[in-house]
Design a protein around this ligand. Sequence first.
Ligand code: PGA
Length: 248
Amino acid sequence: MPRRVVAGNWKMHKTAAQTHAFFEHFLRHVPALPDGVQVVIAPPFTALQTAAACLRGQDRVELGAQNVHWEQQGAFTGEVSIPMLAEFRVKYAIVGHSERRMYFGETDENVNRKVHALLEAGMTPIVAVGETIEQREAGVTNAVVVAQTRAAFENVSPEHAARAVVAYEPIWAIGTGLNCDPVEADRVMSEIRGSVRGLEDAPILYGGSMKTTNVREYAAQPNINGGLVGGASLDPDEFAALIEAARG
Ligand code: PGA
Protein backbone atom coordinates (compact mmCIF):
# COMPACT_ATOMS: atom_id res chain seq x y z
CA MET A 1 0.00 0.00 0.00
CA PRO A 2 1.38 3.45 -0.85
CA ARG A 3 1.82 5.69 2.16
CA ARG A 4 -0.75 8.37 2.98
CA VAL A 5 0.13 12.02 2.41
CA VAL A 6 -1.81 15.21 3.06
CA ALA A 7 -0.16 18.26 1.52
CA GLY A 8 -1.27 21.84 2.12
CA ASN A 9 -0.79 24.14 -0.86
CA TRP A 10 -0.99 27.67 0.49
CA LYS A 11 -0.68 29.23 -2.98
CA MET A 12 -0.11 33.02 -2.72
CA HIS A 13 -1.30 33.25 0.88
CA LYS A 14 0.46 34.20 4.13
CA THR A 15 3.38 36.50 4.86
CA ALA A 16 6.24 35.25 7.00
CA ALA A 17 4.55 36.76 10.08
CA GLN A 18 1.28 35.00 9.26
CA THR A 19 3.21 31.77 8.71
CA HIS A 20 4.71 32.08 12.17
CA ALA A 21 1.26 32.58 13.67
CA PHE A 22 -0.08 29.53 11.77
CA PHE A 23 2.67 27.23 13.05
CA GLU A 24 2.44 28.48 16.62
CA HIS A 25 -1.13 27.24 16.59
CA PHE A 26 -0.76 24.21 14.30
CA LEU A 27 2.16 22.69 16.24
CA ARG A 28 -0.15 22.19 19.22
CA HIS A 29 -2.09 19.68 17.10
CA VAL A 30 0.97 17.82 15.85
CA PRO A 31 1.40 15.29 18.71
CA ALA A 32 -2.17 14.08 18.11
CA LEU A 33 -1.94 13.78 14.32
CA PRO A 34 -2.25 10.21 12.97
CA ASP A 35 1.16 8.52 12.57
CA GLY A 36 0.21 6.98 9.25
CA VAL A 37 -0.29 10.29 7.46
CA GLN A 38 2.71 12.25 6.19
CA VAL A 39 1.93 15.95 6.50
CA VAL A 40 3.46 18.42 4.04
CA ILE A 41 2.96 22.18 3.97
CA ALA A 42 3.93 24.28 0.94
CA PRO A 43 4.08 27.96 1.90
CA PRO A 44 5.23 30.71 -0.47
CA PHE A 45 9.02 30.88 -0.98
CA THR A 46 9.28 34.00 1.19
CA ALA A 47 7.86 32.13 4.20
CA LEU A 48 10.01 28.99 3.93
CA GLN A 49 12.74 30.23 6.25
CA THR A 50 10.21 31.11 8.95
CA ALA A 51 8.38 27.80 8.44
CA ALA A 52 11.65 25.85 8.68
CA ALA A 53 12.54 27.64 11.93
CA CYS A 54 9.08 26.89 13.38
CA LEU A 55 9.40 23.18 12.44
CA ARG A 56 12.87 22.68 13.89
CA GLY A 57 13.07 19.74 16.29
CA GLN A 58 10.10 17.77 14.94
CA ASP A 59 9.78 15.35 12.05
CA ARG A 60 6.03 14.96 11.62
CA VAL A 61 5.57 17.89 9.26
CA GLU A 62 7.68 18.32 6.11
CA LEU A 63 8.01 21.42 3.99
CA GLY A 64 7.19 21.68 0.31
CA ALA A 65 7.74 24.33 -2.35
CA GLN A 66 5.03 25.34 -4.80
CA ASN A 67 7.39 25.39 -7.76
CA VAL A 68 11.07 24.83 -8.55
CA HIS A 69 13.52 25.28 -11.42
CA TRP A 70 15.34 22.26 -12.81
CA GLU A 71 18.77 23.94 -13.08
CA GLN A 72 21.02 24.27 -10.04
CA GLN A 73 21.72 27.96 -10.71
CA GLY A 74 21.96 30.38 -13.60
CA ALA A 75 20.42 33.31 -15.43
CA PHE A 76 16.75 32.48 -14.71
CA THR A 77 15.25 35.66 -13.28
CA GLY A 78 12.55 34.99 -10.73
CA GLU A 79 13.24 31.27 -10.35
CA VAL A 80 14.28 29.22 -7.31
CA SER A 81 16.54 26.13 -7.46
CA ILE A 82 16.65 22.86 -5.58
CA PRO A 83 19.78 23.73 -3.52
CA MET A 84 18.08 26.99 -2.43
CA LEU A 85 15.09 24.99 -1.21
CA ALA A 86 17.19 22.29 0.42
CA GLU A 87 18.72 24.95 2.66
CA PHE A 88 15.32 25.33 4.30
CA ARG A 89 14.81 21.57 4.65
CA VAL A 90 12.28 21.46 1.82
CA LYS A 91 11.66 17.82 0.87
CA TYR A 92 8.74 18.15 -1.57
CA ALA A 93 7.90 20.39 -4.52
CA ILE A 94 4.58 20.73 -6.33
CA VAL A 95 5.09 20.68 -10.10
CA GLY A 96 2.60 21.12 -12.91
CA HIS A 97 -0.14 22.65 -10.78
CA SER A 98 -2.97 23.71 -13.10
CA GLU A 99 -2.59 27.34 -12.00
CA ARG A 100 1.04 27.24 -13.15
CA ARG A 101 0.06 25.49 -16.37
CA MET A 102 -2.77 27.98 -17.09
CA TYR A 103 -1.31 31.31 -15.92
CA PHE A 104 2.46 30.84 -16.11
CA GLY A 105 3.00 28.69 -19.18
CA GLU A 106 4.16 25.53 -17.38
CA THR A 107 4.50 22.83 -20.05
CA ASP A 108 4.63 19.04 -19.87
CA GLU A 109 8.31 19.26 -20.95
CA ASN A 110 9.17 21.57 -18.07
CA VAL A 111 7.24 19.40 -15.62
CA ASN A 112 9.33 16.44 -16.83
CA ARG A 113 12.60 18.37 -16.32
CA LYS A 114 11.54 19.30 -12.81
CA VAL A 115 10.54 15.71 -11.97
CA HIS A 116 13.97 14.44 -13.10
CA ALA A 117 15.86 17.16 -11.21
CA LEU A 118 13.90 16.63 -7.98
CA LEU A 119 14.18 12.84 -7.97
CA GLU A 120 17.89 12.99 -8.77
CA ALA A 121 18.34 15.38 -5.82
CA GLY A 122 16.42 13.03 -3.49
CA MET A 123 13.41 15.37 -3.24
CA THR A 124 9.82 14.30 -3.84
CA PRO A 125 7.86 15.86 -6.69
CA ILE A 126 4.11 16.23 -6.20
CA VAL A 127 3.03 16.06 -9.83
CA ALA A 128 -0.39 17.64 -10.42
CA VAL A 129 -2.56 16.53 -13.33
CA GLY A 130 -6.21 17.15 -14.16
CA GLU A 131 -8.76 17.95 -16.83
CA THR A 132 -10.77 21.08 -17.55
CA ILE A 133 -14.56 21.00 -17.47
CA GLU A 134 -14.61 21.14 -21.29
CA GLN A 135 -12.34 18.10 -21.49
CA ARG A 136 -14.51 16.21 -18.99
CA GLU A 137 -17.66 17.03 -20.91
CA ALA A 138 -15.98 15.96 -24.15
CA GLY A 139 -15.23 12.57 -22.58
CA VAL A 140 -11.44 12.89 -22.80
CA THR A 141 -10.60 12.97 -19.07
CA ASN A 142 -8.69 9.67 -19.13
CA ALA A 143 -6.71 10.61 -22.23
CA VAL A 144 -5.77 14.01 -20.78
CA VAL A 145 -4.59 12.83 -17.36
CA VAL A 146 -2.78 9.79 -18.74
CA ALA A 147 -0.97 11.98 -21.31
CA GLN A 148 0.02 14.49 -18.59
CA THR A 149 1.22 11.71 -16.29
CA ARG A 150 3.23 9.91 -18.99
CA ALA A 151 4.81 13.21 -20.12
CA ALA A 152 5.75 14.11 -16.53
CA PHE A 153 7.48 10.74 -16.03
CA GLU A 154 9.08 10.37 -19.45
CA ASN A 155 12.43 8.57 -19.08
CA VAL A 156 11.99 8.33 -15.31
CA SER A 157 12.88 4.85 -14.00
CA PRO A 158 10.15 2.86 -12.19
CA GLU A 159 12.30 3.00 -9.02
CA HIS A 160 12.33 6.79 -9.19
CA ALA A 161 8.64 7.05 -10.14
CA ALA A 162 7.79 5.01 -7.04
CA ARG A 163 9.32 7.80 -4.93
CA ALA A 164 7.10 10.49 -6.43
CA VAL A 165 3.62 11.66 -5.44
CA VAL A 166 0.89 12.38 -8.00
CA ALA A 167 -2.10 14.63 -7.36
CA TYR A 168 -5.27 14.26 -9.42
CA GLU A 169 -6.88 17.68 -9.41
CA PRO A 170 -9.86 18.14 -11.74
CA ILE A 171 -9.45 21.82 -12.64
CA TRP A 172 -13.17 22.52 -12.32
CA ALA A 173 -13.06 21.36 -8.68
CA ILE A 174 -10.18 23.61 -7.57
CA GLY A 175 -11.28 26.45 -5.32
CA THR A 176 -14.85 26.18 -6.59
CA GLY A 177 -16.52 24.16 -3.86
CA LEU A 178 -17.48 21.63 -6.57
CA ASN A 179 -16.33 18.10 -5.81
CA CYS A 180 -15.49 15.27 -8.07
CA ASP A 181 -17.52 12.27 -6.95
CA PRO A 182 -15.10 10.13 -4.85
CA VAL A 183 -15.84 6.94 -6.81
CA GLU A 184 -15.23 8.76 -10.09
CA ALA A 185 -12.03 10.33 -8.70
CA ASP A 186 -10.88 6.86 -7.64
CA ARG A 187 -11.57 5.54 -11.14
CA VAL A 188 -9.47 8.28 -12.79
CA MET A 189 -6.74 7.76 -10.21
CA SER A 190 -6.56 4.07 -11.01
CA GLU A 191 -5.98 5.07 -14.68
CA ILE A 192 -3.19 7.39 -13.51
CA ARG A 193 -1.65 4.63 -11.39
CA GLY A 194 -1.68 2.22 -14.29
CA SER A 195 -0.20 4.66 -16.79
CA VAL A 196 3.43 4.71 -15.60
CA ARG A 197 5.52 1.86 -14.19
CA GLY A 198 6.42 2.55 -10.57
CA LEU A 199 3.26 4.47 -9.68
CA GLU A 200 1.72 1.28 -8.20
CA ASP A 201 3.76 2.15 -5.10
CA ALA A 202 3.41 5.95 -5.21
CA PRO A 203 0.85 7.91 -3.19
CA ILE A 204 -1.84 9.41 -5.41
CA LEU A 205 -3.69 12.34 -3.84
CA TYR A 206 -7.03 13.88 -4.65
CA GLY A 207 -7.20 17.67 -4.90
CA GLY A 208 -10.05 20.07 -5.48
CA SER A 209 -12.16 21.58 -2.70
CA MET A 210 -11.14 18.90 -0.20
CA LYS A 211 -12.59 19.77 3.21
CA THR A 212 -13.05 18.21 6.64
CA THR A 213 -16.61 17.35 5.56
CA ASN A 214 -15.68 15.31 2.46
CA VAL A 215 -12.18 13.96 3.13
CA ARG A 216 -13.41 10.70 4.71
CA GLU A 217 -15.25 9.66 1.57
CA TYR A 218 -12.13 10.24 -0.53
CA ALA A 219 -9.81 8.53 1.96
CA ALA A 220 -12.02 5.43 1.91
CA GLN A 221 -11.37 4.81 -1.81
CA PRO A 222 -8.71 2.22 -2.70
CA ASN A 223 -6.69 4.46 -5.03
CA ILE A 224 -6.83 7.65 -2.98
CA ASN A 225 -3.86 7.94 -0.63
CA GLY A 226 -4.52 11.44 0.69
CA GLY A 227 -5.06 14.98 -0.52
CA LEU A 228 -3.53 18.11 -1.97
CA VAL A 229 -5.42 20.79 -0.11
CA GLY A 230 -5.62 24.49 -0.93
CA GLY A 231 -8.17 26.62 0.93
CA ALA A 232 -8.70 24.18 3.80
CA SER A 233 -4.97 24.14 4.64
CA LEU A 234 -4.85 27.83 5.58
CA ASP A 235 -6.55 27.47 8.95
CA PRO A 236 -4.56 25.45 11.51
CA ASP A 237 -7.57 23.88 13.26
CA GLU A 238 -9.33 22.99 10.02
CA PHE A 239 -6.18 21.55 8.47
CA ALA A 240 -5.44 19.43 11.57
CA ALA A 241 -9.02 18.09 11.53
CA LEU A 242 -8.72 17.26 7.84
CA ILE A 243 -5.47 15.34 8.42
CA GLU A 244 -7.10 13.41 11.25
CA ALA A 245 -10.01 12.45 8.96
CA ALA A 246 -7.63 11.43 6.15
CA ARG A 247 -6.25 8.50 8.14
CA GLY A 248 -8.79 6.31 6.31
P1 PGA B 1 -8.52 23.88 -3.18
O1 PGA B 1 -7.13 23.84 -4.00
O2 PGA B 1 -8.41 22.85 -2.09
O3 PGA B 1 -8.61 25.28 -2.63
O4 PGA B 1 -9.60 23.55 -4.15
C1 PGA B 1 -6.47 22.63 -4.26
C2 PGA B 1 -5.24 22.87 -5.09
O5 PGA B 1 -5.27 23.70 -6.01
O6 PGA B 1 -4.19 22.24 -4.85
